[in-house]
Ligand binder design. Structure first.
Ligand SMILES: [Fe+2]
Ligand SMILES: [Fe+2]
Length: 170
């Protein structure tokens, strides 16, 4: 797809994110099946419910722009998912597995945050308030999940890393 205009760039980024959300949905499902941490599983399952909403919101954005929802292969999402899968295959203990999953989820969320912030910049320049609100809804939930993994108040990744360190001592 040629990207020569503002509109084409925006639509490309939208299709890219629409593809990424589908890939992350599957990856979060897989990670939730592989963790033995109830906390991590709850976070992944709750976020997968939100992710379904993200996909629906992106479909609304396409329609508001008079476009059919279309996935554009997101190479970054492919890479993040493959890296997570390979590292999970190599994880030798449940504690390491949980830490690997927390790390992978944190990276996914930060990629999504950067992507939604970029889309919002475009939507604001287009002065499309409905689109801005839909994208901000998704962004807030990605930020909330990123904070649960690496920031305040829960810091799940830190907890998983500490448990992996403790397991080695015992
Ligand atoms: Fe998302
Ligand atoms: Fe997310």
């Amino acid at each position: 797809m040629a990207i020569n205009t503002f509109e084409e760039k925006f639509e490309h980024a939208l299709g890219d994110m629409y593809d990424a959300e589908h890939r992350f949905y599957d990856a979060q499902q897989e990670m939730s099946n592989k963790t033995d941490s109830a906390e991590l599983r709850t976070l992944l399952e709750q976020h997968n419910q939100q992710t379904k909403g993200h996909i629906a919101n992106l479909e609304r954005v396409f329609r508001l722009l008079d476009k059919e929802p279309r996935r554009v292969k997101c190479e970054a999402a492919v890479g993040l998912v493959v890296e997570g899968q390979r590292t999970m295959q190599d994880a030798g203990t449940p504690e390491i597995m949980n830490w690997v999953i927390a790390t992978a989820q944190a990276k996914i969320e930060h990629y999504e945050i950067a992507s939604y912030r970029g889309l919002i910049i475009g939507a604001e320049i287009m002065k499309n308030e409905e689109v801005v609100v839909l994208l901000q809804t998704n962004l807030r939930q990605e930020e909330g999940t990123a904070d649960a993994v690496q920031g305040e108040p829960r810091e799940l990744e830190e907890e998983m890393a500490e448990k992996a360190a403790e397991a080695e001592k015992s």
